[in-house]
Design a protein around this ligand. Sequence first.
Ligand code: GTP
Ligand code: MG
Length: 670
Amino acid sequence: MGQYTVSTRKNVRILLVGDAGVGKTSLILSLVSEEYPEEVPPRAEEITIPANVTPEQVPTSIVDFSSVEQTEETLGLEINKAHVVCIVYAVDDDDSLDRITSHWLPFIRSKCNASLEGDAETEPETEAAGECLRKPIVLVGNKVDLIDYSTMDSVLAIMEDFPEIESCVECSAKTLHNISEMFYYAQKAVLHPTSPLYMMEDQELTPACKKSLVRIFKICDIDGDNLLNDYELNLFQRRCFNTPLQPQILDEVKAVIQKNVPDGIYNDAVTLKGFLFLHCLFIQRGRNETTWAVLRRFGYNDQLEMCQEYLRPPLKIPPGSSTELSHRGQQFLIAVFERYDRDGDGALSPEEHKMLFSVCPASPWSYSTDIRKSCPINDNGWVTLHGWLCRWTLMTLIDVVKTMEYLAYLGFNVHENDSQLAAIHVTRERRIDLAKRQSSRSVYKCHVIGPNGSGKTGLCRGFLVEEMQKLIGKEFKTNVVHCINSVQVYGQEKHLILRDIDVRHALDPLQPQEVNCDVACLVYDSSNPRSFEYVARIYIKYYAESKIPVMIVGTKCDMDERRQDYLMQPAEFCDKYKLLPPHLFSLKTNKKELYTKLATMAAFPRFQAAWILFYKHRLVQLWESAHLRQFGLIAEEHKLFWRAGLGVAAATMIGFIVLKTLNISGSHSR
Ligand code: GTP
Ligand code: MG
C-alpha cells in the first residue's frame, strides 16, 4: 500500500479491564504463549508486541488490570494512557455483563472527563487529552467454551447506547478461539476508528467524512460526468490499493449498490450517492480500514484534515535557485484544465473555474480581480489554457508552497502516485548561471520601477493583450502587481513575470526584495522632463554595483520627447554606465519587442555582447544555429521516466473485495 494509506499513529496501547475472574490475565497470556495457562498470576506484566508481528504493523503494548494489585487511582491513570480499552466480561457470568453498563462504561467516561478538566488547569495538551472524551472501547466476552449460546444480542443493545464502543467479540482464552481477532479489533479501533467516519445514532456518514469522499469522487471522475465508470473505478482501486479490480467483483459491487440505492447506479456507472453508500456499507460491515485507506491515500489524517506532510512536503530550494513547474506538473494542469473546460472552447469561464476549484478549500486566486488581470485571457475575458499555465507558473515562482498545496487538493499525488515534488523543478543556483553567462531557467522575474505616472502598469498590462492601444487612458486600479506571459527567446519559450513596483514617494528607499530580480526595467516618461532623474538615482543607488541586468525604458514615445532636467540625458547616462541605449516604448505603436528584449537579458545575465548582437544587428539566426547550440542553450528535452512498479501485492485489505465480509463467528464489528 502507498505511503499515505496507513495511520499516522506510531504505537497502540491496549488496556484490559473488567471484573475479577473474567479472564483478563488469561487472555493476555494465551495470546503471548499461544496456549492456555492453567495457572495465572493476578496481573500480567505489561508486554509490547513488536510491529512486525501485529496485523497492522504497529508496536502494540498490552496492559492488564487487577483490582487486587492496583487502586482505582492507578486505573484512572492507565485508562488515560491507553488508546483503547477492552472491557472483558465472562459470557457465563451475567453479573459481569451487567457491570459493563452499570460500572465500567460510566467509570471510563468519568475518568476521561476528569482528565480533561485536570489538563485544562495543569499541563498543556497531552496526546491523549483531545481524544479522551471518546476513548474507543471494545467489548470482549470471554469463556465461550463454557456455553452454547451467544451474548451478542445483549451486547448489541449496549452498543446502541454507547457510541464509543467500536466493536465486540466473543472468545475463549482456553480454546484460543478469536484471541488474535480480539487484539486485532482493539488495534483497529485505534488505527481505523469509526467515530470520525460514521454516526451510529443516525446510521450515516459524518459530515466531515462525506465532504472528503465527495472531493475524492470528483477527483476520480476523470471525464467529469458525475459518474464513476468502470475505467475510473479501476483506476481508483489501483491508486488506493495497488491492485486491479476483478470484473466479477465490480459487477457484484454495482449489484449491491443497485439493490440498496436504485439511483446509486446510472448508465452502468456509480453515482456520487452510490459511492457514498458503498463507504457507509464498508463501515457498517466493520471494514473501516477500507474507507480509511481511501481517505489517507487522498491526504486525510485521523481528524479528516488534509495533513501537512501531504500538502507541503519539504522542498529544498538553495539560495539563488528558483522554482518552476516540471513537465509532469504542466501535463497534470493541462489535463485538469481540459477536464473542466466542459464546453471545449479552450478557456475557463468563471463557472468552470469555480467548479475546478470546488475540490479545494477555496480558489488560490480570485477570478475577476486576479487571474484576469495577471495573465492572458480571451475576448470574453476568460482565462485560456495558455493563461492558466502562466498563472500557475507565476504562483510556482513566487509561492511554491501554495502551488504544492493546490496540486495536492487537485489530486496530483493520487494521479501521479507520487508527491507534488514531481511537479516542481528547482533550478540551479543563479551564481552558476552568472558564471556560465547563460541560464537554464525558463521563468524570469522582471521588476518594473519608475516614478508615479511613468506608465509602469500600462507597460506591464501591455504584455498580456494583443492590442496595447486599448489600454491608453485606462485607469488601473487594482492590487494585482504581477503580469505573466511567455515570449520566444532564441526559439525557446520563456515565461516573463513583470512585477509592478509601486513607488509612493520619490524618496522612499527600495526594499531588497523590490530590487532583486532577473532583469530590472527602469521606466521614465519621455514626455515629462522631471521623470528621468528618479530612474537615474535608482540605478546608481541600487543597480550600478549589482549583477542584475538593467534596461532603461522611455515610455509614451508617441508624444513629444522632452529634454530631461538631469545632469545627463538618458542616452548619455546609458553610455556612461555601459547600458543598452534607452528603449523607447509606446502603447500606441503596439510593439512587443520590449518584452522579448527583457527576457533575453534575463536569460543571458552579464552578457551584454549577446544582447547587443541581438538588438543591434539582429543576428538571431546566427546565434541560434551556431553559438546557442554549442553553448548548450537549447534546453534539455524533458525526460520522462517510467517508474518500475513495485508490484508488491499486499495481501491485506482490498477495496471492494471486502464486501465479501469475513464472517468471524461470534464476532460483530461496526
Ligand atoms: P483478576 O486478575 O482477578 O481480575 O481476574 P482475571 O480477569 O485476570 O481472570 P484470570 O485470567 O485470572 O482468570 C480467572 C479464571 O478463569 C481462571 O481460573 C482461568 O483459568 C479461568 N479462565 C480464563 N479464561 C477462561 C476461558 O476462556 N475459559 C474457561 N473455561 N476458563 C477461563
Ligand atoms: Mg488477572
